[in-house]
Write a protein that binds this ligand. Structure first.
Ligand SMILES: *Cc1c(COP(=O)(O)O)cnc(C)c1O
Length: 365
């Protein structure tokens, strides 16, 4: 059987090679490499795609979260509620903004934040909630926004895995006061390096993010507020403009592949598509009580898999101090059972069938 790698970015780039070459040449020839016309155009195009008034390009998804938390006026002494079942970046960003992360459990169908657990974790210091739209599926935003509204909390959506995902028809990234995206190469919309963005409908918040991204400068060399350097560069913006034109077709391909997997798999728990949510399958994550044996069996058949994520944030050495004393039972159980199958728009039909067959055979062995 032919090997199926868990990721293969080169396939995507082969398919759009001429467009990428043209975009990169345009930037090289322009003589302008930081915060120029490509970044401005991408910010306009991506804001239009998401449906927000503003988009600010920054250096990474982690920076986007840090700047969003800071722009919301949240920092030292403030608590921000998020999940432990996420990329560590979500939690690291809260700390980089000077605030204290408070980790709560997830819903065991969507693997996203459990609004009832959020409600229980609120203290007088709580200022914000960061739901993570994990694996390409939005969190339960009706329940979460209701909790946030009742307690006067700012919502910042982590959309790093959810470019184009929808909740009741509405685009992920349009619910919170701010939302953040990552353009890490393997994301549904990925650059040829690092990149990120903050989107918002609030002109004041947009202005604060814009200042924070470049030393607090409104006017060059004069810092109006203290900021940092977190800029999206012209090369990445030009690449992202090319890829944004293909995002919907790529997301549709991911959904077709997911449907084939879900119909073919047996004896494992496929991802749940919760009612009213359009999943864009950044990752296709199954669950099995025999996860490690399944992973080894797939590996022996040349099929690449991965675990997102092998150790919840609260169980990692650096985060012992913020681990909830009673643990996070759903997060901990799911962490032992999840497995990500190969998922990218360029997967061929024969490869998808081979992966599904290998999962079926591994389980009956
Ligand atoms: C990738 C990711 C990030 C961080 O993005 P970077 O661009 O790698 O800094 C944050 N949150 C989630 C959920 C992610 O998947």
């Amino acid at each position: 059987m032919n090997a199926v790698p868990s990721f293969d970015m080169k396939r995507q780039h082969e398919a759009i090679r001429a467009e990428l070459d043209e975009a990169l040449r345009r930037v090289v020839d322009s003589g302008w490499y930081i915060l120029g016309p490509e970044v401005e155009a991408f910010e306009r195009e991506f804001a239009a795609y998401v449906g927000t008034a503003h988009c600010i390009g920054v250096a990474s998804g982690t920076d986007a979260l840090t700047l969003a938390v800071r722009a919301a006026g949240v920092g030292a002494g403030d608590e921000v509620i998020t999940v432990s079942h996420t990329a560590v970046a979500t939690v690291a960003a809260i700390e980089m903004a000077g605030a204290t992360p408070v980790l709560v459990d997830i819903d065991d169908r969507s693997y996203t934040i459990d609004a009832a657990q959020v409600e229980r974790a609120i203290t007088p210091r709580t200022r914000a909630i960061i739901p993570v739209h994990l694996y390409g599926q939005a969190a339960d935003m009706d329940a979460l926004m209701a909790v946030a509204k009742a307690h006067g909390l700012t919502v910042i959506e982590d959309c790093a895995q959810a470019h184009g995902a929808r909740y009741k028809g509405r685009m992920a990234g349009t619910f919170g006061a701010l939302a953040t995206f990552s353009f890490y190469p393997t994301k549904n919309l990925g650059a040829l390096g690092d990149g990120g963005a903050v989107v918002t409908n609030d002109a004041g918040l947009a202005e604060r993010v814009r200042l924070l991204r470049q030393y607090g400068w409104r006017e060059r060399y004069v810092s109006a507020i203290s900021g940092m350097n977190s800029r999206l560069d012209e090369m990445q913006a030009a690449v992202l403009r090319v890829k944004l034109r293909h995002l919907d077709e790529w997301n549709a391909a991911r959904r077709r592949i997911a449907a084939v997997y879900t119909a073919a798999l047996e004896n494992v728990v496929p991802p749940a598509e919760c009612a009213g949510r359009t999943h864009v399958y950044h990752l296709y994550v199954i669950r099995s009580a025999r996860r490690d044996a399944l992973m080894a069996s797939l590996k022996s058949r040349g099929i690449g898999t991965a675990i997102h994520y092998p150790l919840p944030v609260h169980l990692q050495p650096a985060y012992k101090a913020i681990a909830p004393p009673t643990g996070l039972p759903v997060t901990e159980r799911i962490g032992r059972e999840i497995l990500s199958l190969p998922m990218y728009p360029e997967l061929r039909g024969d490869e998808v069938d081979a992966v599904a067959a290998a999962v079926r055979h591994a389980i009956v062995e």
